[in-house]
Design a protein around this ligand. Sequence first.
Ligand code: SAM
Length: 276
Amino acid sequence: MSQSLSETELQFVRELVREHSAIVLEPKKEYLVRARLQPLVKEEGLASISDLVRQLRHTSYGKLHRRVIEAMTTNETSFFRDLTPFEALRDGVLPELIKKREESKCLNIWCGASSSGQEPYTMALVIREALPESDVWKIKFFATDISTAMLLRCQEGKYNQMEVNRGLPAKMLLKYFSQEGLSWYVKEELRKMIEFKTMNLVGTWLPFPKLDIVFLRNVLIYFDVETKKKILAKIRDHLSPDGYLFLGGSETTLNLDHAFERVSICGTSCYRLRSV
Ligand SMILES: C[S@@+](CC[C@H](N)C(=O)[O-])C[C@H]1O[C@@H](n2cnc3c(N)ncnc32)[C@H](O)[C@@H]1O
């Protein structure tokens, strides 16, 4: 049964989510808040969303608050989402960086907002294909998300038929996944390449090394302009002078951070630091 939320309750949830994740929930998204909180109300054995808000108001910030924030994240993702960024990675970025790092054999990669893992696992298999001797390279590959539930899914590396049918070529499925019953598990050779961690983009960041490749796709859209600017400024500090940043198709650094320039690789846009 769908339950209504008063203006003040909705306002409380919006502020909680914004303060701790920077996600902006428009007032007109009341239906979304209701739909996302309803399962939590049930799981917590509460009577209503109002009851949930009451609990949140009267307890100090903790597990329940974090669960509400996680419930409000949108985790939509798929293997090879949008395809062209992965083609650019395979045909442009990786061949260039592999050549440049031939001596050190070091590559540092970060996939922020990794959701349930399809994006970092796609990156890992593209790297594996482009660099068959990747075992002798020192590849540091971090994948992070604010959501603990998503982190667990990433670590488990388990996908159902519908998820693998979305974007993953059959050849790659058979090569890098093993089937158990109705589920497909990512093979160890990909799984061991990635360190999955929780990280809030508006909290304390991991002590990243200088990053060669950053994928931060389809997450800046949830933030206000000031937050986008702060996150891009942090990426600026972490990106190698010859590194690449990939954003989602509707995201850009333009008018937010002039330190980045847009470049087109294999027909897709990505960003580099302007040389000064
Ligand atoms: C729409 S998914 C994008 C997944 C993937 N990057 C892609 O493009 O397919 C957005 C992800 O951003 C995460 N997210 C939202 N706010 C965040 C924050 N403040 N810090 C870190 N991750 C956040 C969500 O948990 C969610 O998994």
